[in-house]
Design a protein around this ligand. Structure first.
Ligand code: F6P
Length: 323
């Protein structure tokens, strides 16, 4: 069935480019004669009927805005059967034919749950973690990398002046994609990620000693948040090498800001593709970007896939940080 009234929600951690998706979905839907109801606060909004009509004018100028005008939330009630039934009931009550759910794998699990209650959907991957296996790229990743790089470049100036050891924690939940890209881009001396075990002596202490022999006392470590406790690692460095490291946790700053070109354009392409899937009556799909090509995959199949680090990227990071 072709969707005439589409519900659109953003859920989980926000990502730069989510608003550009909202714009793309609304404009594509309007162009094909469908209407869009924005559901506010993710699955919470679906449970509570918290909706707003979105016309072409409502999405004007959204491409450059970070965050999400629809707000987002992580919703515990939606994990329950009762919560899911209430959400499905809202769709029925408001005449929502299908949903477009923008977010990470938690968002897609929600969409899959709803499909079991008769609500069809399409997922669009948007998370700064880039940890969704069915797609090479998730909206927000590139902007978050650039935000982290800019902050670390600034840090490096002062760390270099004081000849200090700097440890910077980047986000990524259980994944190290952000850490690897950022680490390569800033030319870090060591990059710690959850997917690959590290040996403190070889990967940090020996490298610091080698750097000293080369006459330099400045040392940069990028730590993915899932790779271990950054304060403990700093303590270990202090104990083993006598350095007095400084720890910086970039935190939520990585999620904010205007999206860059890559995220705006990917959002436009994926938003359009999602609406077209619904127009063709193709449901329960996730939009994916594979080798630059837009594709789509069954949500259930997509959620079964596991994503590892790109080995060539990790290897590049390892070689270039070897001093
Ligand atoms: O998934 C995006 C993300 O920013 C992760 O990198 C991070 O671990 C998490 O969300 C933080 O979540 P919250 O905003 O709930 O603190």
């Amino acid at each position: 069935m072709t969707a005439k009234r589409i519900g659109l929600l953003t859920s989980g951690g926000d990502a730069p480019g989510m608003n550009a998706v909202v714009r793309a979905v609304v404009r594509t839907a309007r162009a094909s004669g469908a209407e869009v109801l924005g559901i506010r606060r993710g699955y919470n909004g679906l449970i509570n009927g918290d909706v707003v009509e979105l016309g072409s004018n409502d999405v004007r100028g959204l491409n450059s805005r970070g965050g999400t005008i629809l707000f987002t939330a992580r919703c515990a009630e939606f994990q329950t059967e009762e919560g899911q039934q209430r959400a499905a009931q809202t769709c029925k009550y408001l005449g929502i034919d299908a949903l477009i759910c923008v977010g990470g794998d938690g968002t897609f699990r929600g969409a899959l749950d709803l499909s079991k209650h008769g609500v069809p959907s399409v997922g669009i991957p948007a998370t700064i973690d880039n940890d969704i296996a069915c797609t090479n790229y998730t909206i927000g990743f590139d902007t978050a990398c650039n935000t982290a790089i800019e902050a670390i470049d600034r840090l490096r100036d002062t760390m270099h002046s004081h000849e200090r050891c700097s440890l910077v924690e980047v986000m990524g939940r259980k994944a190290g994609h952000l850490a690897v890209y950022v680490g390569i881009a800033v030319g870090a001396n060591a990059i710690l990620v959850p997917e690959r075990p590290y040996d403190f002596q070889t990967d940090i202490a020996d490298k610091i000693r080698r750097t000293r022999i080369q006459g330099r006392s400045h040392f940069d470590v990028i730590v993915a948040e899932g790779a271990g406790n950054i304060h403990e690692i700093a303590g270990q460095i202090k104990e083993e090498t006598g350095l007095d490291p400084r720890v910086t946790i970039l935190g939520h700053i990585q999620r904010g800001g205007a999206p860059g070109a890559r995220d705006r354009v990917t959002a436009a392409r994926m938003g359009r593709h999602a609406v077209e899937l619904l127009a063709q009556g193709r449901h329960n799909r996730v939009v994916c970007l594979c080798d630059g090509q837009l594709k789509d995959m069954d949500i259930g199949e997509a959620l079964k896939m596991k994503k590892d680090l790109q080995e060539t990227m990790y290897e590049t990071a390892r070689i270039l940080s070897s001093g």
